[in-house]
Design a protein around this ligand. Sequence first.
Ligand code: NAD
Length: 258
Amino acid sequence: MQLEGKTCVVTGAAGGIGRETVLEFCARGARVVAADLRPDGLEEVVALAVEKGGTAIASQMDVTVAAQVKNTIDLCEQTWGRVDVVFNNAGIFPGDDGSVLETSEETWAHVMDVNLKGVFLGCRYAVAAMLRCGGGSIINTASFVALMGAATSQSAYTASKGGVLSLTREIAVEYARKGIRANALCPGPVNTPLLAELLRDPEARQRRLVHIPVGRLAEAGEIARAVVFLASDDSSYVTGTEFTVDGGITAAYVTPES
Ligand code: NAD
């Protein structure tokens, strides 16, 4: 199996992409610490992974609190002796994040705290643990909006994802010779709870779909399977990338007629 014996931490594990990644990791032989703020969703995904024959344990935590991030990485290391993969994936997308004229300082600070500081803390403790065991793979969830601008802006969200991308590159370069790989995952729009609210409005939905060459949103499993590749030794020469899984969005100038 592609991830046989790997020990992994997944944040945002109770949500769309994180949840599917926990299940995909377990199905391919990994042992997983599933981490999230929400205890209910966490229990559900861990129970499901175990029911399917996988090895998963839960860590209820907040990615903005250093001690809780450290505890989560420590849990993986103490339970299984090493930390091979950390998927820093937890993120928020508040409805009141808009243009620079609209976004409040509070919203800006909150988004930066979760989406950027949360990834920074995850990388700090991941790198420390991976240095102790001779290497590993860090995958940080950015977004296609880190690569392109939109007139329907979410200033704080977009800026936070740009930060994730830049931070990931630095880590990749700095620790490459220590056996640590770091890649920024850049999904296009995904059919998860995070987007569901926004896209309930048919007009808003169509405005997004028209820019996607494949003509549909991604399913969370399609993103999770890209994460499996980045986590596995199949991607041993892949580091420092902006790994797009976006249905062709960033390649498009004009999209096909639907
Ligand atoms: P989701 O809302 O379904 O899941 C996110 C999870 O993160 C939730 O379970 C939530 O409880 C958890 N979380 C939020 N704040 C946290 C905190 N402080 N500490 C710990 N956990 C916390 O969202 P998703 O669509 O699965 O998004 C996962 C990642 O993918 C996010 O970083 C998001 O920005 C990114 N992304 C999503 C899309 C999309 O279209 N859905 C596109 C590109 C990138």
